[in-house]
Write a protein that binds this ligand. Sequence first.
Ligand code: FES
Length: 188
Amino acid sequence: MTETPTSPTRTTPDQLSVPPDGRPYREQPQWRNDFPIDWPQDEFVARREFTKFLVLTSFAFAFGQMWIVFQNFLRKRKGEPPIMRIAKAEAIPVGGSHVFDYPGPHDNCIVVRTGHQTYYAYNQKCTHLSCAVVPDIANAQFHCPCHNGFFEMRTGIPTAGPPRRPLERILLEIRGEDLYAIGTVVKA
Ligand code: FES
C-alpha cells in the first residue's frame, strides 16, 4: 500500500511542494514540516507581480511617448526643433559615433561618445562649403576632408583650415536608457 503525505496534502505530480524524495511528510525532517514551501502558489504570486510590473512599465512608456508627442506639437507651433530619440545611450561605445537625422529627415548629424557620460553631437555639415565632417576622437576634433578643415570636438569651434564658423550643435539629453536630441545651437 502506498503511503500518502500527511501535511499538507498534495496529490498531483507537478505540485512542487511534494517532498523531493517522495516520502510522506511525517518522515521528513522537522524543518520541512515547519516551513512547507508551496512553490505553485509562490510562482503564481511571482507571475502576478511580474504581470503588474509589465502593465505599469508599459503604461509609463506609453505615457512618456504621448508626452513627447504633445511637447513636439507645442514646439512645432513655436517653430522650435522637436524632441527626438537618437539611440540607446549604451549602444554607442565610448570612442564610438552614431549618425542620425535631426531635426529634419535630411539634416545629417553625428553624435560621438568620448566618455562614460560624455556625448557631443553636431550637424555634420562643414560650415565652409557643406562637406560632411568626420570625427577624429583620438585628437578630440572633427575633420573636414574637402579642404582640411578642423573643429574642436568639445565646442564645434573651427581650429584650422578655411571654416570660420562653428558646427551647428545638437543639444542632447539622456532619458531613461535613451539618448535624445532636444534642440540645436547655432553660434555666430
Ligand atoms: S568644405 Fe569643409 S573645409 Fe571646405
